[in-house]
Design a protein around this ligand. Structure first.
Ligand SMILES: Cc1cc2nc3c(=O)[nH]c(=O)nc-3n(C[C@H](O)[C@H](O)[C@H](O)COP(=O)(O)OP(=O)(O)OC[C@H]3O[C@@H](n4cnc5c(N)ncnc54)[C@H](O)[C@@H]3O)c2cc1C
Length: 294
């Protein structure tokens, strides 16, 4: 299917989430290709790289961008919930996100450029599953939960268990990502978003780090990381986390931290950077974040 033929495929705009899930399951059962689409910022690029070798009449696009169940940002108690179809621009501007989770607002202000931010969504970022995905990286640091809706069930998966490999997820073909939720960092928690690329906008990262930490009387009581572009999937840097959790910020051994980062990441050389530079960068970013806690 060429890009010009995209106009030939069926576009369905479901009424609500239930209707969307029914349509997704039905079209899938009929053996047709079906995409649930939000901002289309990944999907259009994918159609250039991997045109579908298929009769356009056998493919259907489900426009889920305006489903009310996939929109909005709310806080219930200490938990923030963001709809999967909420664009980055709305996340970037949201006063609750800016107040409680500036790292997420910062991430949303550095995805692509303004055009991408006004269309792109966390749902699309999660499902595409690039190892450089900025939204996924921030959600890893926040230990977010991804909620999926199927034709007759809802289930939740920790974002750190959402990926089964390079650009593959545990989402079933008849499921939609509905929302993500996470416990808000406490006031005063350390939060960082560091994306290193060739330029400030429209840049996929050479490497990026999202991190959140809470301390009580110098002891690290919560810590989460998301490390992008240093493996085939975004990494939670689990060994660094277990090394520092429960430790006093003044007693952290940076050589041990460096070793833990080193042992966990597996960066490659590609058009954006070298594996060697990425390895160096990630060690520096993690150490700087932890040193700033003291
Ligand atoms: C110029 C440019 C710059 C970019 N810069 C960045 C960047 O800096 N950082 C970054 O991380 N990404 C970047 N991207 C990639 C892209 O913009 C993001 O991944 C964005 O979050 C995708 O969201 P979307 O709503 O547009 O997804 P879509 O393109 O609509 O969908 C992507 C995929 O996810 C599926 N999908 C979407 N939503 C759902 C859902 N709710 N449930 C189930 N399946 C779903 C679709 O079927 C499709 O397979 C860039 C893209 C472009 C074109």
């Amino acid at each position: 299917m060429s890009l010009a033929q995209l106009g030939e495929i069926d576009w369905i705009r479901p009424r609500d989430l239930r209707h969307a899930c029914e349509q997704l399951a039905r079209i899938h059962d009929e053996g047709k290709k079906v995409w649930a689409l939000c901002g289309c910022t990944d999907w259009m690029v994918e159609r250039h790289i991997a045109p579908v070798d298929q009769n356009p009449l056998d493919a259907v696009a489900l426009d889920i961008s305006n489903l009310p169940e996939l929109r909005g940002i709310r806080v219930d108690g200490h938990v923030m919930t963001i709809g999967a179809a909420q664009p980055y621009a709305a996340i970037r501007r949201d006063p609750m996100v800016r107040e409680h989770c500036p790292m997420l607002a910062q991430m949303a202000s550095e995805v692509g450029a303004r055009q991408i931010q006004s269309r792109g969504t966390l749902g699309g970022n999660l499902v595409t599953g690039s190892p450089a995905a900025d939204g996924v990286t921030a959600l890893f640091a926040l230990d977010a939960t991804v909620t999926l809706q199927g034709p007759s069930h809802e289930r939740s998966v920790p974002v750190t268990s959402f990926y089964s490999g390079y650009r593959t997820t545990v989402r079933r073909p008849d499921e939609l990502v509905v929302r993500v939720s996470f416990e808000l960092p406490k006031p005063g928690a350390a939060q960082t978003w560091r994306k290193v690329g060739t330029r400030k906008a429209q840049s996929i990262s050479k490497a990026a780090l999202a991190a959140v930490a809470e301390t009580e009387e110098g002891v690290i009581t919560r810590v989460g990381f998301g490390a992008a572009s240093v493996a085939e999937v975004v990494l939670p840097l689990a060994s660094v986390r277990s090394l520092v959790l429960g430790k006093n910020v003044h007693s952290l051994n940076m050589n041990d931290v460096e070793e833990a980062v080193d042992s966990e990441i597996r960066p490659i050389d590609d058009v954006r950077s070298t594996g060697r530079y990425r390895r160096h960068l990630m060690k520096v970013l993690v150490k700087r974040f932890l040193q700033a806690l003291a």
